[in-house]
Design a protein around this ligand. Sequence first.
Ligand code: HEC
Length: 183
Amino acid sequence: MIRFNLATTLSGLLFLMGASLSTATPSQDEAKQTIKAFANDLKTTLVTTMKSQGPVAAINVCNVSAPAIAQQHSNGAYVISRTALKIRNPQNQASSWQKEILKEFEQRLAEGEKIDSLDKVEERDDGWYYIKAIGTGKPCLTCHGNELNPAVKTKLTELYPNDQATGFKQGDLRGAFIVKYQH
Ligand code: HEC
């Protein structure tokens, strides 16, 4: 009797463990919330640093803090990153299917869709992805616009000799956030 109970308990436990292992079911809502929290955190840190220490110091926010803040908002189940067609950091390079989605976002934007509604879910062999467009706002022009202050330009060129991420106008598609859930 005791053995029977033990076996039942054990198989029950194993069942529960199995269930919890396979419940990493991604939800689009969760992915959206994750991006929202990350984007808000990043923007607040960026704008605050620009005001208190100026744009050159704020470059470090994007350079150092963006990956760190992304890390903070990531967990075992998912990873957040940023990408674009025109990139500043070569590590943010989009894969070929991601480039297709970014081009599709540009197309939809040109056809009049609102930038905030541009998103997509993509199921790949290595995971489930949620991709959301990032628009170019006014504060972004300091470092991604047409006329950069010489000190900003010097610092950017020093850190990113192959920088492609300038020349954006307000309202342009700057890039995208990606939340990746591992399979
Ligand atoms: C103070 C300068 C600065 C400002 C302001 C700024 N950025 Fe950036 N941005 C950078 C730097 C530096 C990087 C490279 C970060 C890295 O090394 O990953 C970057 C990278 C990015 C990337 C990742 C893709 C790439 O090009 O490597 C996106 C997307 C992006 N910025 C969007 C924005 C948006 C949207 C805003 C406005 C809310 C903004 N940035 C404002 C400096 C800035």
